[in-house]
Structure formats: C-alpha cells, structure tokens
Write a protein that binds this ligand. Structure first.
Ligand SMILES: [Fe+2]
Length: 217
C-alpha cells in the first residue's frame, strides 16, 4: 500500500463529503438494455467503442456488466463523452508488487454513443489489500465531456457493502438512477448486471478536474 493511494482516497472522500451535488432525479427516457446487438461491432475494432471489456475472461473474479446513459444538463443524451475506468483486481491490487492506482492493470476507456449509452464488462473489485478498514469496493470513473475538463466523479459503489457510510447511502438514495451505489442483479447475459446513469454537471467538472489525468494530491 503506497502513501499515494491512501492520500488519493482520503482526499477524494473528503472532497466528496464536502461537495454539494445538484443532481436531481427527473423523468428521463428509460435506459436501453439492448446491449448485445451492437457490442460485437464495437468489440470488433471501432475507434471509439461505447462498450469495452476491462477484464478478459481469464481474469479471476466475479464477472459484472455495468451500463447506463450519460445525459447533458438539459436532459438530452450526451454523445462522445470519454469515460476512463479503473479498479483493483479480485485480490485488492491495482498493480503489483506495489498497489498503485495510477498504474492500475484493470482499466479502460470508452466513449458514449449517439444515444449517450455506455457499457463495460469486468470483474467485481476487492477491498484494498492490507488496508483496514478499507474504503468501500469501488470502480473509479473519470468523465471528459466535449468542451469540459476531464474530471472525476463518484466511484461506483455496490449496494450492500458494509463499508459504505450511512451519509453516503443517504445521499445516493436521493439520486435515483444517478446514484453511484449500484445494485448488481443477475442479468440475461449470465453475469451480474447494474445500471448507472450520469448527468453532466459543468460546475462539478470544474471542481473535480484532473491534473495530467489524475487527482491532484
Ligand atoms: Fe481506489
């Protein structure tokens, strides 16, 4: 466990708790669950895939599929939003021998499609190895919408995780489909699936913008 990792997490959690998020649950079109038809074309080599596979089939761990839609502030779908994702392996390491999030082995980049949709296949991360108490299980996510800074947003958390603080749960509950705490349920694909939508927030993008692709620390 590096100091860098702990510092990044501490700062992230502090900033998150201190921030006011203006996301509100509103009536939006349902998220399509028809991921299968177009995935083959994407995985076949599209330059800007809207669906990616972060962990190949040999990767140990429980396979999951997360998808959703990214919306603009006015509620319209947001296409071509760059999304960068990274997380630990099933043993709680970003990298080895030192677990460094900036060298995360399990990572990937996608771009939302014309309908704002995205999806990624991977494995469920584990608690940080050697950290007690650990932060919740999480998948880091950065968004870079057109015309706005590359910025971090709340990591994906997983419903039922005892490490999620009550205040984090309470806040997420008010966000509806935009909640960062996702619920994994068995899906048609044969793996656990979850949905999370995003709404682009220009003020948040400015506040959480990254330096050289990473958190300031
Ligand atoms: Fe992390």
């Amino acid at each position: 466990m590096s100091h860098t990792l702990i510092d990044v997490e501490s700062r992230r959690r502090f900033v998150k708790s201190a921030s006011v998020f203006a996301l509100a649950f509103t009536v939006l079109p349902p998220t399509s669950s028809c991921l299968g038809e177009r995935s083959a074309a994407n995985l076949a080599g599209a330059q800007r895939p809207w669906r990616i596979n972060i962990a190949d089939q040999r990767e140990p761990g429980t396979r999951i599929l997360i998808s959703g839609t990214i919306y603009q502030a006015d509620g319209k779908p947001a296409p071509n939003v760059k999304m960068f994702l990274y997380h630990t392996d099933a043993a709680g390491y970003y990298s080895r021998p030192v677990s460094n999030p900036r060298e995360a082995r399990l990572h990937g980049t996608l771009w939302s499609d014309a309908r704002g949709q995205y999806a990624f296949d991977t494995i469920r991360p584990a608690y940080y190895a050697g950290v007690n108490p650990p932060p919740p299980l999480h998948i880091h996510v950065h968004l870079e919408p057109q015309g706005l800074p590359d910025h971090w947003v709340d990591s994906y958390y997983f419903e039922g995780d005892s490490q999620i603080r009550p205040d984090e749960i309470a806040r997420a509950n008010g966000l509806g489909r935009f909640s960062n705490i996702v619920q994994l349920v068995p899906g048609k694909s044969g793996v656990l699936e979850a949905v999370r939508d995003f709404r682009i927030d220009a003020a948040l993008a400015e506040r959480n913008q990254l330096v050289n692709g990473w958190y300031r620390n």
